[in-house]
Design a binder for this molecule. Structure first.
Ligand code: NAG
Ligand code: NAG
Ligand code: NAG
Ligand code: NAG
Ligand code: NAG
Length: 657
């Protein structure tokens, strides 16, 4: 049941605005006066740069080498392991801003001074995304001439640090399920009384960093344990293909069964797709598509997302939580742009209402959720704004960026940096500045305006495509990491980067039932529109599928039988069929490529149901170029604001369209 959209008293301006936006969208190329011009985008970009240095210099002056800055009192604090967290988290932002001098000095300092043989118990998740990811991205920038950030004296110090750190995290993975403990002592392994409960994101947000480390060091163990962890989680999904929020890593029982796309789960989804995009490993893509389809079916109350019981699908929490705001950006990467536009507009309307997004916003009462009133400088809405601008080149996303920047400048700027907002209704400032402010929030804002100004940075114009980690770290899709050569030698399909069909055609020009494949991820087409012909000429993220080879063969690693039941729809208790299911699935895939699009639609259901019978390697999710060729400037920014204020019904289970 969808809430009706109509103009109602109290919102005439919004309705008018909506009508105008729709009208504007109907006129291709219609110029609209109010938009951010390239020269204003340049000015905003420079303002963001100033924002970066206000906070970074404040950190260096008052907090370094402690972990984080207290920007109100101008002091420092250790919040993670006591190893200059904010500096490590900021390294690749320095490089992105082109500050070779500070980047070089910081890399050198970290290489000389940071040590991990310390008696500290740290979060595996946070240490991975902030420290390991920060070290690896900086290493890849500092060691490669092609990035323009090559440091002469650099000799892989950060890579060695990263390998040492990851080695120290490994004891956490020694559990019956393969899902790691939430925390580990860097010197002594897992503490005696460490909790056996961890979050889904905690076990599912490790693959990118550990996988890169494996590929850079030729030590497969890192990739293996993190993939096992993902399989350990996914094999315990519910019959609805939903995962809960917390799980016991010894028994595999879910201790918190609320499924959602926000808190405790969010980046589990993100890393499934990104691990595929970075590594070309279709197993992650397969899991992502199943998981995504279920999320869109059970969690999506267009344009919002709710939390439901993972077994019954019944709505538990009709809450927007601010971590959900990464989702539209992920949808852009998955090629599912239309719902992303609507959801982003809804989330942004919450920002507009308060000037910031609260951690929790109750959709039933349209009020800030008590106890979740703060805005700790989170990046997710800005991140999605960047991706949507990149996908659509709709100037209104620059306007959104300008609004967000303005809020931060007026509400959060404080003496030595930027302050958390402890209550979005009072805008009271809090004496904290999380390291992700410099790693992500500022980075995505800067990228947004730089793109608007006519981009000049390594992400848009550099030698590689980049995947952003969940901490915003730049992870280049280099041949070394993406194993392009191996794909070539195994597939013969993907290796021809200049082939104008991109993938798959040479390997299997026969047997294509569906020819509607298109591109996941590459949204750098100059036109800014998702027209299928353009997509087919792009290259990079998409790998062909390897017919007849298992993942174990491809990566030279093997998996235990136990986690093999990935393909079992009914999950628990069918573990012995697992491996063959995985293998036959891999073998049966043709090089059809895969697009997440209209995933709730019945077409996909049919495609999935018919998979076993179909001999010619049916694609995993049907590509539907229709939705891609839509004009994505569809004018829904702000349209949904009325739904916030009227309080939508969130009492019943998701109903079918
Ligand atoms: C490690 O740190 C803990 C907590 O600070 C302390 O109790 C313990 O004695 C230390 N262990 C060693 C071997 O220094
Ligand atoms: C772990 O818990 C046990 C039982 O409560 C206690 O005796 C022991 O001292 C604890 N160990 C640590 C390192 O805290
Ligand atoms: C990893 O293996 C490749 C191919 O055998 C080799 O070229 C490379 O130098 C190795 N890298 C490391 C860090 O040992
Ligand atoms: C790669 O593709 C280009 C353009 O389609 C073609 O001219 C070239 O022969 C291909 N190379 C190989 C090795 O297949
Ligand atoms: C591709 O998709 C379009 C739109 O959904 C459809 O009309 C067309 O028949 C499809 N083509 C093939 C070959 O499936």
């Amino acid at each position: 049941m969808k809430p009706m959209r109509r103009c109602r008293r109290g919102f005439p301006l919004l309705c008018l605005a909506a009508a105008l936006l729709v009208a504007a969208a109907l006129l291709p190329g219609a110029a609209v006066a109010e938009g951010v011009t390239p020269s204003e985008a340049r000015r905003l970009r420079d303002e963001v740069k100033d924002m970066f240095y206000h906070a970074f210099d404040g950190y260096m002056k008052y907090a370094f080498p402690l972990d984080e800055l207290r920007p109100l009192s101008c002091q420092g604090e250790d919040s993670l392991g006591g190893y200059a967290l904010t500096l490590i988290d900021s390294l690749d932002t320095l490089a992105l801003l082109g500050d070779k001098e500070k980047f070089g000095a910081a890399v050198e300092w970290v290489g000389k001074n940071v040590r991990f043989d310390i008696n500290k118990t740290v979060s595996v998740f946070e240490t991975n995304i902030r420290i390991l990811g920060g070290l690896l991205s900086a290493h890849l920038l500092a060691s490669d001439y092609a990035t323009g950030m090559r440091i002469q004296s650099y000799d892989d110090q950060l890579l060695h640090l990263a390998a040492d750190l990851a080695q120290r995290l490994l004891p956490a993975f020694d559990t019956p399920t393969g899902i790691p403990f939430g925390s580990v002592n860097l010197m002594y392994g897992v503490d005696e009384n460490e909790s056996k409960i961890t979050s889904t994101a905690g076990g599912g947000t490790l693959t990118l960093e550990f996988g890169i480390l494996s590929r850079l060091t030729n030590n497969t163990v890192f990739e293996l344990v993190t993939k096992n962890s993902v399989r350990g989680i996914w094999s315990r999904r519910s019959k609805l293909n939903l995962v809960g929020a917390h799980i016991n890593i010894f028994t595999g029982e879910w201790t918190q069964k609320d499924a959602g796309i926000g808190t405790s789960i969010d980046s589990f989804y993100e890393y499934l797709l990104k691990a595929y995009l970075l590594f070309g490993d279709e197993e992650y893509l397969y899991i992502f598509q199943e998981a995504y389809k279920a999320a869109m079916h059970y969690l999506h109350h267009d344009p919002w997302y709710v939390e439901v019981n993972m077994n019954s699908g019944a709505t538990v929490w009709p809450l927007f939580n601010s971590l959900q705001a990464f989702w539209p950006g992920l949808q852009v990467l998955a090629g599912d742009v239309d719902p992303a536009i609507r959801t982003h507009a809804a989330f942004f309307s919450v920002w507009k209402k308060y000037g910031f997004t609260p951690e929790g916003f109750n959709l039933a009462t349209s009020t800030v959720q008590n106890g979740q009133r703060s805005y700790p400088l989170r990046p997710e809405l800005i991140e999605s704004t960047y991706w949507l601008y990149k996908a659509t080149r709709d100037y209104r996303y620059l306007d959104v960026g300008r609004d967000i920047l303005t809020s931060l400048q007026y509400g959060a700027r404080c003496p030595c940096g930027y302050c958390h907002i402890s209550d979005v209704e009072t805008h009271k400032q809090d004496d904290h500045m999380e390291s992700f402010f410099l790693a992500e929030t500022v980075k995505y804002l800067w990228l947004l305006f730089d793109l608007g100004a006519g981009p000049d940075n390594i992400v848009e114009n550099g030698p590689y495509k980049y995947i952003f980690s969940t901490e915003g770290h730049l992870l280049p899709v280099t041949p070394e990491i993406a194993l392009v050569d191996e794909h070539c030698s195994y597939f013969g399909a993907f290796c021809n980067a200049s082939a104008d069909r991109g993938y798959g055609t040479s390997a299997s020009s026969t047997n294509h039932k569906k020819t509607n494949y298109t591109q996941l991820g590459d949204i750098q087409t100059p036109s800014g529109h998702y027209s299928a012909p353009d997509m087919l000429t792009t290259r990079g993220y998409i790998k062909g599928v390897c017919p007849g080879l298992t993942h174990a063969q491809k990566l030279g690693i093997s998996y235990s039988d136990e986690e093999g039941n990935i393909l079992e729809q009914t999950s628990e208790g069918h573990e012995d069929h697992g491996v063959s299911a995985v293998e036959s699935s891999v073998q049966s895939q043709s090089s059809n490529i895969i697009l997440i699009s209209n995933p709730v639609g019945s077409q996909q259901d049919e495609a999935l149901e018919s998979r076993p019978e179909s001999g010619d390697g049916v694609d995993i999710v049907t590509a539907d170029s229709d939705s891609l060729s839509h004009d994505n400037t569809g004018g829904s920014l702000g349209v949904n604001t009325e739904e916030i204020s009227e309080g939508t019904e969130f009492t019943s289970k998701q109903t079918e369209d």
